[in-house]
Design a protein around this ligand. Structure first.
Ligand code: DC
Length: 230
């Protein structure tokens, strides 16, 4: 199923810790568009699989779960993200580094990616969609009107993830996190299907020395230059 071609889409891809989640959310809020956090879907498949007692290498079982799981995204009254899996709030659980590693593992399976492709395309609806992930511009929404590939040095990305996890009360060492991020990068970049890479028509933004506001402004300007918003 293709996304409706009249629905404008901005894709923001990049490696773990590049800031794409924060930038995508801020941009979607600013322009009043829908948001797709595709990484959350892969995290949910891994999380639901562990919860259902599936073996870590049960590809068919995980693909079935990916098709059947009831997922809802939203926000509470304070604007905090809510992720409901079968009606249960799991937003905190799926953000752990362990869930991220599990997501990266199931994301390498073509069977799981094929199921999630359809689910992801269903998020495209007017007035527009900001889609955050690894293959949004290359595979899921190749027709996107603006494609961003957000990067930052591995050290800076590890520092950001460390701060994010610490703020959420997780106690992870920076060195361990750097190793895990390097491992996740390697797996995401070398997998056979939809590996992490910039689309040939993507605008690459290195956010190592840029704050959130500066990156959002840059993306906003690029979208304005393409007539996506006033
Ligand atoms: O963006 P994130 O850290 O929440 O993503 C978790 C994992 O999911 C990531 O390591 C790779 C995988 N993923 C993917 O393969 N394709 C996407 N579009 C999004 C995430």
């Amino acid at each position: 199923m293709a996304a409706p071609s009249d629905c404008p889409i901005v894709t923001i891809d990049g490696p773990s810790g590049s800031g794409k989640g924060t930038i995508s959310r801020a941009l979607a809020e600013q322009v009043g568009w829908h948001l797709l956090d595709s990484g959350a879907l892969y995290r949910l498949v891994a999380f639901a699989g562990a919860g259902a007692g599936l073996a870590a290498d049960d590809i068919v079982g995980h693909a079935r779960l990916a098709a059947a799981m009831d997922v809802r995204f939203g926000a509470d009254r304070q604007g905090r993200e809510r992720v409901l899996l079968e009606g249960q709030e799991v937003g905190h659980e799926i953000r752990s580094e362990t869930a991220g590693q599990g997501a990266s593992r199931v994301a390498a399976w073509p069977e799981v990616r094929a199921v999630l492709l359809t689910r992801q395309r269903a998020f495209a609806s007017p007035p527009g969609l900001v889609a955050d992930g690894r293959d949004m511009g290359t595979v899921v929404f190749p027709q996107a009107r603006l494609k961003i590939f957000l990067t930052a040095t591995p050290d800076e990305r590890a520092r950001r993830r460390h701060k994010q996890l610490k703020d959420k009360g997780s106690d992870v060492s920076l060195a361990a996190l750097s190793r895990e991020i390097a491992e996740r990068d390697r797996r995401d970049e070398t997998r056979q299907v939809a590996p992490l890479k910039a689309a040939s028509d993507a605008c690459v933004i290195d956010s190592t020395d840029l704050g959130v506001g500066a990156v959002v402004r840059r993306v906003f300007e690029l979208g304005a230059a393409r007539g996506l918003w006033p």
